[in-house]
Design a protein around this ligand. Structure first.
Ligand SMILES: Nc1ncnc2c1ncn2[C@@H]1O[C@H](COP(=O)(O)OP(=O)(O)OP(=O)(O)O)[C@@H](O)[C@H]1O
Length: 364
């Protein structure tokens, strides 16, 4: 029996994760992390009060203690700052990945350890496993549509040791079924969307509140001006919607292929199988983070360049630089819209090895 703190978001996944641990006979307490309230009145529904109520109701149903842990200041310092700085630099950060490393398995774990807990559990679709040598590892969740290991890619080995993922062997419909069987209040609750912890706020609305619009030209690959954008941070490489530049070609659309911060230009091109700057095989990774595997050696592995992309075969060749470890990653097949700043999750089969940031994409 362990003493486990269950991170309860008020959603169905963490409700069932908590219920399963209680059923296994552990001493479980529930905690809701209060990271954000809608102080700036950003458009969008920020249902943290409802979420707390739901999490508390489930904890009551399960007969466990429940508390709200206020981490708003840490969230601003560790996640919002990284997010806004990233966008201001013209890269695409990933706040959800940072939430896991810095908040749930970072600050919340510090709090839990100080309060005598042995582990933290979440409702992520991921599985715990142990290698022959006793090392704790994370494997992909069984449900291919829900696997969330991408968001765990930057977890540190000591975080993997204390993380528990009770629902990773279930499919989403089974999780809902279990919640219904147990009569949990959250059984039919809609899945959350939007930025991690910020509720239903859209990233675009969030950014518009904090980062000033900075209009500039939309240009094609030849440099011809086709329109005006509202700020490079509001666009993503590979994006097709919302460009407000019509293509005159039947069934062919424009896609964002590059951002040029120096000239504040957004470069678009017609999407084809060989669109220049859209497809690349080779890139440099920095900020390499391991869940426990030796990422200072070469690997033939699977790399997932963004959430919900299929993972693709690649060769990983690390090398040491002045600023730490970097790696050259070469995919077997070209990948669409690899994006500086985004996280690349690295796998050996279904084992999560770690993650890194895309630094530079090489178009050769
Ligand atoms: N505010 C929060 N307080 C406590 N735990 C949280 C909070 N937000 C997320 N979590 C934890 O992180 C897990 C993954 O978060 P995510 O936002 O991806 O939710 P999800 O997959 O929709 O799960 P759920 O259905 O439990 O909300 C949750 O299952 C929960 O354990």
């Amino acid at each position: 029996m362990s003493r486990i703190l269950a991170a309860m978001s008020g959603g169905v996944d963490s409700s069932v994760a908590t219920a399963l641990l209680v059923r296994e006979g552990h001493e479980v307490h529930g905690a809701y992390m209060k990271n954000w309230i809608n102080e700036e009145n950003i458009i969008g529904h920020c249902p943290w009060e409802e979420d707390i109520e739901d999490a508390r109701a489930v904890a009551d149903q399960l007969g466990i203690e429940f508390r709200v842990v206020n981490l708003m200041q840490e969230y601003r310092e560790r996640v919002v700052k990284y997010l806004l700085e990233g966008y201001q630099q013209g890269i695409t950060p990933n706040p959800d990945v940072m939430c896991n490393r810095e908040m749930k398995f970072g600050v919340l774990w510090d709090w839990a350890r100080e309060h005598g807990f042995d582990a933290i559990a979440t409702g992520h679709y991921a599985r715990n496993d142990v290698l022959e040598d006793g090392a704790a590892v994370v494997r992909r969740g069984v449900d291919p549509n829900k696997d969330q290991t991408y968001f765990l890619a930057m977890m540190r080995p000591e975080q993997v040791e204390i993380a528990r993922f009770p629902i990773g062997s279930l499919l989403k419909p089974q999780v809902r079924e279990e919640a219904t069987k147990l009569g949990l209040k959250t059984a039919d609750k809609k899945d959350s969307q939007g930025i991690c912890f910020i509720g239903e706020v859209k990233m675009e609305d969030f950014l518009r509140t904090f980062v000033e619009d900075k209009p500039g030209n939309i240009v094609n690959l030849e440099g011809k001006v086709l329109g005006e954008h509202r700020g490079l941070h509001l666009y993503t490489l590979g994006q097709r919607k919302g460009l407000r530049v019509a293509s005159n070609l039947y069934k062919q659309a424009y896609v964002v292929v590059a951002k040029r911060p120096a000239t504040n230009e957004l470069v678009i091109a017609i999407e084809r199988e060989d669109t220049p700057l859209l497809w690349a095989r080779r890139c440099t990774l920095n900020g390499i983070s391991t869940t426990g595997a030796d990422l200072t050696r070469e690997w033939d592995l699977l790399a997932m360049p963004r959430y919900r992309n299929p993972s693709a075969e690649a060769h990983f060749r690390p090398y040491e630089r002045e600023d730490g470890w970097a790696a050259e990653l070469t995919f077997t097949a070209p990948q669409r819209a690899l994006t500086p700043g985004q996280i690349c999750a690295l796998y050996d089969g279904d084992r999560l090895l770690g993650g890194a940031f895309f630094e530079t994409i090489h178009y050769d």
